[in-house]
Write a protein that binds this ligand. Structure first.
Ligand SMILES: C[S@@+](CC[C@H](N)C(=O)[O-])C[C@H]1O[C@@H](n2cnc3c(N)ncnc32)[C@H](O)[C@@H]1O
Length: 329
């Protein structure tokens, strides 16, 4: 009986891990833009030649693709990618979500695989900011699609005259705000040079973007604004520094001004599977830090004279929330 149970469990694990093969296949296809090259019926050797890639390995990738349903084979033996793969997993498609696969396969999974050694040694790895800044800024633009509506709604309600976007990434929020409310004075802040340059290009000169650390920016800022946005950013700051961070943000806010945080919230109602995984990823690094709970945000921001006003789920299964706060004094 115990042998049978063992067999059943082994089958169960094999079966439940099958999805990983689908993800791996899509990841490789995205990375080498293979779905694009197989957009029309094509022979495998033609693609191997055209892309200068190893034919036996490409053949294996094609076999997997036929199995997991990403590719089809014609009667003449030519291979064609399914339309949805060309659309959503080709780097050059405007609707591509492949960058999420890249972030998961190149950043999250390798970090999580270090877990046993790190648990034993108590050491941490370092998040390679230069290597992944553009990947992370790009995946954030996918979240932005869900978040921009609620952010614009908050802005419509608050009617700020001036906004600073801390860690603005590719500047998507600033662009949306500028298009909708052209009279609001906007400023971006972005630490990574390449990301900053892309933000400037995307904003076409309409919004200045400061290339540097947001804390340095705040310290040299002699002005006050009505709204500070800090989206997808809190985990760059250790928990014990967050109260100080909120105080700094509060210092450049006009009375009655507000803050928008976008972050996964630990212990919140929605999306805890993703949030716990994300938190685990943060904790294996010595330069990324655990996600906040709502109580922590409330407690730390209170000391900064900020009061949590609204907590809106953005992507329930992902655990992402928009948390708005208002300066009380
Ligand atoms: C995950 S991305 C989010 C981008 C954008 N806020 C969004 O939500 O789409 C975080 C961005 O913050 C930038 N960043 C991190 N620490 C920063 C700091 N101390 N000062 C300014 N920018 C920072 C990163 O380079 C990255 O582009």
């Amino acid at each position: 009986m115990s042998e049978l149970n063992r067999f059943i469990h082994a089958r169960h694990w094999m079966k439940s891990n099958e999805n990983f093969l689908t993800t791996w296949h899509a990841h490789v296809g995205y990375k080498l833009d293979l779905f694009h090259h197989f957009a029309e019926n094509t022979s495998v050797s033609q693609v191997a030649d055209h892309c200068s890639i190893d034919l036996p390995l490409l053949n294996r990738w094609v076999e997997v693709g036929l199995e997991v349903g990403h590719l089809k084979k014609s009667v003449r033996g030519k291979i064609k990618a399914k339309k949805k793969m060309v659309k959503y997993a080709s780097a050059q498609s405007s609707e591509s979500v492949g960058i999420l696969l890249r972030e998961m396969m190149e950043l999250h999974i390798p970090a999580l695989l270090e877990y046993p050694e790190l648990m034993k040694s108590g050491e941490r790895i370092t998040y390679l900011e230069d290597k992944f800044a553009e990947v992370v800024a790009e995946t954030s633009t996918l979240l932005e699609k869900a978040a921009v509506g609620p952010v614009l709604k908050w802005i419509k309600k608050e009617q700020p005259n001036s906004i600073v976007d801390m860690g603005c990434g590719y500047g998507g929020y600033l662009k949306n705000i500028h298009d909708r409310f052209p009279d609001i004075q906007l400023q971006g802040v972005e630490i990574n040079k390449q990301v900053c340059e892309k933000a400037e290009a995307a904003l076409g000169g309409a919004v200045p973007v400061y290339n540097g650390d947001m804390v340095e920016f705040i310290e040299s800022f002699n002005n006050k604004v009505d709204l500070v946005m800090a989206h997808n950013l809190l985990y760059y700051f250790p928990k014990e520094e967050r109260e100080g961070l909120y105080t700094k943000i509060s210092r450049i806010l006009n009375k009655g001004g507000s803050v928008t945080f976008i972050t996964p919230v630990m212990g919140a109602k929605y999306g805890q599977t993703f949030t716990t995984a994300f938190n685990t990823f943060m904790t294996v690094h010595d330069n990324l830090y655990p996600l906040p709970t709502l109580d922590e945000i409330k407690r730390d921001s209170k000391k900064a004279k900020l009061k949590v006003k609204e907590v809106t789920p953005l992507i329930k299964e992902g655990g992402w929330y928009l948390v708005t706060l208002r300066k009380t004094k």
